[in-house]
Design a binder for this molecule. Structure first.
Ligand code: STX
Length: 323
C-alpha cells in the first residue's frame, strides 16, 4: 500500500489579488523544475492543509496548493461574519485558477481534486481542457439536487442516525423537513447573532466530519468543530448549495465528453456516505477512457488507506508523463 510522502514545507508562497477584494493564499512545494500539479481542496470552504502536499512525489512534481476564496489563509475570510460571499461562485473560482496559473507562468498542469475539489476540477477542465495534462478526481461530487438532498436533506441520516440527530437538533422543530434543511441552515448562518450562526455552523460541520470516514475519527470531528473553521466551512458550503453551485442541472456529467483526451483517474470509496459512489460511476460511464478505481473498504476522505494508495499510485504513474 502506498502512503503519504514525507512532510514538506513550501519553497515559496504568496497572496494573489484576484479581484472583488479577494487575496488568495497559494504555495509551491517540491521540485521547482518538476511537473506542475494543482491540488484543489474540498468543501467548498475546507482549505488546504499540510497533508495535501504529500500526495505527490516532491522530487518529480512542482506542487501548487491554494486556499479558494474566503477560506483557509485567503482573505477576507468567511469566518468573519461581516465577509460578503456574493462574489464567491464556482465560475469565479475557475477564473481564479487561470489567474494563478498565469501568475506562476505555468502553461499546462495536472489537476487533482477530491469531493468539492472534484467538482471544481471538472468545471475547470471542461472550461479549459487545453490547460490540463491529466485529471485525478476522488469522491466525485457534481452538486446535483439529488446529491445535495441525499446528504443534507435526510436520506443519508438513515445510515448514521446518531450523527444526523445532531444535525437536525440545531434546526428549530417547525423547520425540520426534507427539502428545507439547507434553507433553514442558510437562515441561521445569515443571522447576525453569534448565538444563532455559531452553533449552526458547528452542527453543520460536525455532521460532515462525522460521516466522511469509514470509521468515525474523533480528532477530525474536533478539528471541524473549531468555531472559526466551522463558520467559514458551513457558510461557504451552504452558499454554494443554496445556488446549486451555479451549474445547470447535470452540467458536469453532461459535459464530461470534453475531457475525453485528458488522461483521467477516478478514485471512489464504496462506502462513501457524503458523495455516494453512483456519481463516480456515472462519470466513469460518461468518460469510458478514464481509469475507475472503486475501493471496497473506504469512505469519502482522501486519507482513507485504500483511497490514499490509489491516489498516490495515480500521481506516481502520471509523474512520468511529459508536461
Ligand atoms: N462536501 C464534501 C467536501 O468537499 C460536500 C468535503 N467534505 N469535507 C471536506 O471536503 C474536507 C475534509 C476537505 C474539508
Amino acid at each position: 500500500m502506498r502512503t503519504f510522502y514525507p512532510p514538506i514545507e513550501p519553497n515559496r508562497h504568496g497572496m494573489l489579488d484576484v479581484g472583488d477584494g479577494n487575496q488568495l493564499y497559494w504555495e509551491e512545494c517540491g521540485n521547482p523544475a518538476g511537473k506542475p500539479v494543482v491540488f484543489l481542496h474540498g468543501g467548498p470552504g475546507g482549505g488546504s492543509s499540510a497533508n495535501h502536499r504529500r500526495l505527490f512525489d516532491p522530487a518529480r512534481y512542482r506542487i501548487i496548493l491554494l486556499d479558494q476564496r474566503n477560506c483557509g489563509r485567503s482573505i477576507p475570510s468567511a469566518s468573519d461574519f461581516a465577509t460578503d460571499l456574493s462574489a464567491n461562485t464556482t465560475w469565479n473560482l475557475v477564473a481564479d485558477l487561470e489567474v494563478l496559473r498565469e501568475h506562476l507562468d505555468i502553461g499546462r498542469w495536472q489537476v487533482f481534486g477530491g469531493s468539492w475539489g472534484s467538482s471544481l476540477a471538472l468545471a475547470y477542465a471542461e472550461t479549459h481542457p487545453e490547460r490540463v495534462t491529466e485529471l485525478v478526481v476522488r469522491g466525485v461530487f457534481t452538486l446535483r439536487r439529488s446529491e445535495l438532498e441525499w446528504f443534507y436533506e435526510g436520506p443519508c441520516g438513515n445510515m448514521a442516525p446518531d450523527f444526523w440527530a445532531g444535525y437536525i437538533a440545531a434546526v428549530p422543530p417547525a423547520e425540520r423537513r426534507f427539502g428545507n434543511y439547507i434553507a433553514a441552515y442558510a437562515r441561521m448562518l445569515a443571522d447576525p447573532d453569534p448565538a444563532i450562526h455559531g452553533p449552526a455552523a458547528v452542527a453543520w460541520s460536525t455532521w460532515e466530519a462525522s460521516t466522511i470516514t469509514l470509521l468515525p475519527r474523533p480528532d477530525l470531528i474536533t478539528t471541524f468543530a473549531e468555531p472559526s473553521y466551522a463558520l467559514a466551512f458551513a457558510r461557504i458550503e451552504n452558499h454554494f448549495f443554496l445556488h446549486d453551485g451555479w451549474f445547470e442541472p447535470g452540467q458536469l456529467l453532461r459535459d464530461a465528453g470534453r475531457l475525453a483526451d485528458i488522461p483521467t483517474v477516478i478514485v471512489q470509496g464504496r462506502y462513501d456516505l457524503c458523495t455516494p459512489a453512483t456519481t463516480a460511476w456515472e462519470l466513469h460511464e460518461a468518460l469510458p477512457s478514464a481509469e475507475f478505481v472503486l475501493v471496497d473498504d473506504a469512505g469519502h476522505s482522501s486519507d482513507e488507506p485504500g483511497i490514499l494508495d490509489a491516489l498516490i499510485t495515480a500521481t506516481d504513474r502520471f509523474a512520468g508523463n511529459a508536461g
